[in-house]
Design a protein around this ligand. Structure first.
Ligand SMILES: Nc1ncnc2c1ncn2[C@@H]1O[C@H](COP(=O)(O)OP(=O)(O)OP(=O)(O)O)[C@@H](O)[C@H]1O
Ligand SMILES: [Mg+2]
Length: 258
């Protein structure tokens, strides 16, 4: 039997009378790398906002690890193991890599730790943990540099590491590969495969199909607020509704599994 970490049941949401999500239901299996795709404006980010508690749905239920999340505020969802990154980078540009990553620990650590010199800290402290995590993913501390001075590809990775500092069991990523070149995208894919190997379930939105195809095993497709496909990524290209949705769209479904 499959175990589901996330269950979405009949989620609906409108803005100013316009339906943006309409009865969206799908499940995310524990340990999977699950993609959520669809043309621009399909409702993907809105669905992420509902899952992470930024928006309340008008109808429907989000279950995380079998529990109904209704009424659970965003911050508490992070503590329960549901963390996310944003479509636009939300790092603090004037802070260092380490400081940005430590912000992802939220209230798990004593905030005062952040300002202590390294030598005074044990490995188990928040700062030590942040350094170890960055190192284990091959990210240099870029000592003394503020995040704003670093290349875009590195900033994207730092944004993911920051979300990981909350020790999530499910990580939501909204367009992690957007704006990256081919080499940076491959590095990000390998990095996310490593994250997945460590037991973290991934649910990610992206328009880059080669990236999605080479990373994910399951996919849900949305169009105009409705779910039009949910299943293995291998069958996606044979689905009539999906092909129709992407016809004439700027994004296409092409992309190898290499
Ligand atoms: N806070 C809001 N107020 C009003 N309308 C909104 C709001 N957020 C999203 N929308 C509208 O909801 C629809 C879905 O937007 P959403 O950002 O969820 O799409 P998306 O699938 O993430 O698109 P993209 O691929 O371009 O990021 C769009 O028509 C958008 O204009
Ligand atoms: Mg979006």
């Amino acid at each position: 039997m499959s175990e589901f970490i996330l269950k979405l049941s009949n989620i609906s949401k409108s803005f100013g009378g316009v339906k943006v999500l309409e009865n969206v239901s799908f499940d995310v299996e524990k340990g999977s790398r699950h993609a959520l795709i669809g043309p621009n404006g399909a409702g993907k980010t809105t669905l992420f906002n509902v899952i992470s508690g930024i928006h309340d749905p008008e109808k429907g239920t989000v279950y995380f690890k079998g529990k109904d999340l209704r009424g659970v505020p965003s911050r508490k969802r992070i503590h329960k193991g549901l963390s996310r990154s944003f479509q636009n980078i939300r790092l603090m540009p004037h802070l260092s890599v380490l400081e940005n990553v430590m912000l992802g620990q939220h209230s798990r650590i004593d905030f005062v730790d952040m300002f202590k010199p390294l030598d005074f800290l044990s490995k188990s402290s928040g700062k030590g943990e942040a350094i170890e995590t960055l190192k284990s993913f091959g990210i240099d501390l870029h000592k003394g540099q503020t995040v704003s001075s670093l290349p875009y590809g590195i900033r994207k990775k730092i944004e993911v590491v920051r979300a990981l500092m909350a020790k999530p069991s499910l990580l939501l990523l909204d367009e992690p590969a957007a704006g990256l070149n081919t080499a940076e995208t491959k590095k990000l894919r390998d990095f996310l495969k490593e994250v997945s190997r460590r037991g973290i379930t991934l649910l990610l939105v992206d328009h880059d199909m080669p990236f999605v195809n080479s990373l994910c095993n399951q996919v849900s497709v949305m169009n105009f607020g409705q779910l039009i496909y949910d299943g293995p990524i291998s069958e996606l290209k044979n689905d009539r509704k999906v092909l129709e949705a992407y016809l004439g769209s700027e994004n296409n479904l092409e992309g190898s599994n290499a």
